[in-house]
Ligand binder design. Structure first.
Ligand code: ADP
Ligand code: MG
Length: 489
């Protein structure tokens, strides 16, 4: 890429003298049907102000009621980042005036967030420590145009989590890597739909520089609402270069909030940064402390998939699964574990074949099979041998997929059961040869066309053979023999 290599040269220069220190604040929209404290729907496709109600509009006397689903998703994100999920957290009011904030305050969490600590390890080995995850509500949206401004409150009150990191990142590339990884986690854990264009996943980057070798933190600026991975890397690069210029000319960096203008490709000052005292945080008197029982915590933890980025990488690279298959097999931690255990036992069959089998009758069925397999060692071993049979060409996958229940229930080995039912695939040469000869004699016109190159006709012959053999023919073997016989000698 042309542009980033331009930055690479400039950044290299900056980095000879300074170290960049970057901490992130990520706002991630929770995947729920209703808002955080109100019954209105969460639906980005709705007409303006379709999803509003007295709580959303902050009408006097309207009381917030917590949507527990938001809590569950926030806890899940915490568990998958290795955070401490706190049995007690507190909602607080963050007071400020803005037209899209009708109550005059945002409900968020302050000194007692739902999650504390945790970390995300990047591919580079960089450990990014999570400071906290807090639950909060989104604001509405101001729309400007035609000499007027209007406000759409559909998004007001939608549940978010804000994930705050320690200032552990050092380069724009690491920032991008971190946000990508976090995004993937949120989406695959079904915490968020993560649609960045719709603002469901927004990153703020806090950037400062310090002389190489210094342990102190420099003054930072906060880059707001970077809503694409590419912009994120560009904006952070530009900001690092800008701050280096400021410092080099003997001036000081101002603590402020900056935006990124993608058209002009620069960062610009928006406002001086507020401090906590500006917001007059205090516990929201309308909401009791958020308590999570031991059972709830346990349940949320069990529902949290394992370090998914790693699992996903393994399934793609080692098992050759596509994204859809990965997605479908990684709904829960348990599911992944059961799948991996099953695959480990395979001798002839590939992981891909096991996945095909599991998903052949839909994700739910596959999930159910994996649940049973993990509870029943005997079933797992049986399934391993059955999949190996399929891989050896003894029987078609279809037979296993459709009759596994019955076959396992018989108490016999899969192979014995197949033989008893006469379901093994016919690959013995004498039988095949007889079949091919019969077919060629019976359908001379089709045979001539096939010989002349109309390859579509192979499926006609396979179909006929299937019918006669009651599905026991091995289609590859049949096709091969057929074409050999038709080859001009
Ligand atoms: P605030 O209360 O202004 O939001 P926080 O202490 O909560 O400040 O920090 C917000 C974010 O800024 C965190 O991600 C943190 O890692 C990051 N941060 C704090 N100080 C610095 C700094 N000097 N340089 C870079 N990032 C910083
Ligand atoms: Mg903050």
């Amino acid at each position: 890429m042309r542009v980033s290599s331009v930055f690479a040269r400039e950044l290299e220069q900056v980095f000879q003298k300074y170290e960049a220190v970057i901490g992130m604040e990520i706002h991630c929209q929770l995947r729920t049907k209703a808002k955080l404290f109100a019954p209105s729907a969460v639906d980005s496709g709705a007409e303006p102000n379709e999803n509003i109600d007295p709580v959303t509009l902050g009408l006097p006397g309207a009381l917030p009621v917590l949507n527990r689903r938001c809590v569950e998703l926030a806890a899940r994100m915490g568990f998958c980042l290795g955070s401490q999920v706190n049995p007690l957290s507190v909602f607080a009011r963050k007071n400020y005036f803005y037209p899209d904030l009708p109550k005059g305050y945002q409900i968020t969490q302050y000194d007692k967030p739902i999650c504390s600590g945790g970390e995300l390890v990047l591919e580079s080995g960089r450990v990014v420590r999570i400071d906290r995850i807090q639950i909060e509500e989104d604001a509405g949206k101001s729309v400007h145009g035609g000499g007027r401004s209007a406000i759409d409150f559909n998004r007001a009150g939608v549940g978010l989590i804000e994930i705050v990191t320690h200032p552990d990142l050092r380069t724009p590339a690491e920032v991008q890597g971190f946000v990508r990884e976090l995004h993937r986690l949120a989406v695959y854990n079904r915490v968020s739909e993560g649609d960045m264009e719709r603002g469901q996943f927004r990153a703020d980057a806090n950037v400062s520089l310090r002389p190489r070798g210094s342990a102190e933190l420099g003054t930072r600026t906060e880059l707001k609402n970077l809503n694409s991975f590419r912009f994120l890397e560009r904006a952070v690069s530009l900001e690092i270069i800008r701050q280096a210029d400021v410092l080099d000319s003997g001036e000081e960096v101002t603590l402020e909030t900056r935006g990124y203008d993608s058209k002009r490709d620069l960062t610009y000052s928006q406002r001086s940064k507020e401090t906590a005292t500006d917001y007059r945080y205090f516990p929201d008197p309308d909401l009791p402390p958020l308590l999570l029982s031991e059972e709830e915590l346990q349940k949320y933890q069990t529902d949290t998939p394992a370090p998914l980025a790693r699992v996903w990488g393994k399934l793609k690279e080692e098992h050759q699964l596509n994204s859809q298959e990965c997605d479908q097999l990684t709904t829960t931690h348990d599911m992944v574990e059961a799948y991996l255990l099953l695959v480990e036992g395979l001798k002839k069959a590939t992981a891909k074949q096991a996945a095909n089998y599991l998903l052949s009758q839909g994700q739910e069925k596959g999930f159910e099979v994996l649940q049973r397999v993990s509870a029943q060692e005997e079933l797992r071993l049986w399934l391993v041998s059955a999949l190996d049979c399929v891989a050896e060409g003894v029987v078609r996958m279809k037979v296993l997929a459709e009759r596994a229940e019955e076959a396992f229930g018989s108490g016999k080995s899969f192979l014995d059961w197949l033989e008893e039912k006469g379901l093994t695939q016919q690959s013995d040469e004498a039988g095949l040869e007889q079949m091919v000869n019969d077919l060629l004699a019976e359908f001379p016109d089709q045979a001539a066309s096939l010989a002349a190159g109309q390859s579509k006709l192979t499926s006609f012959f396979v179909g006929q053979a299937m019918k006669r053999s009651k599905g026991r023919i091995n289609p590859q073997a049949l096709t091969q023999l057929l074409l050999e016989k038709l080859k001009p000698s």
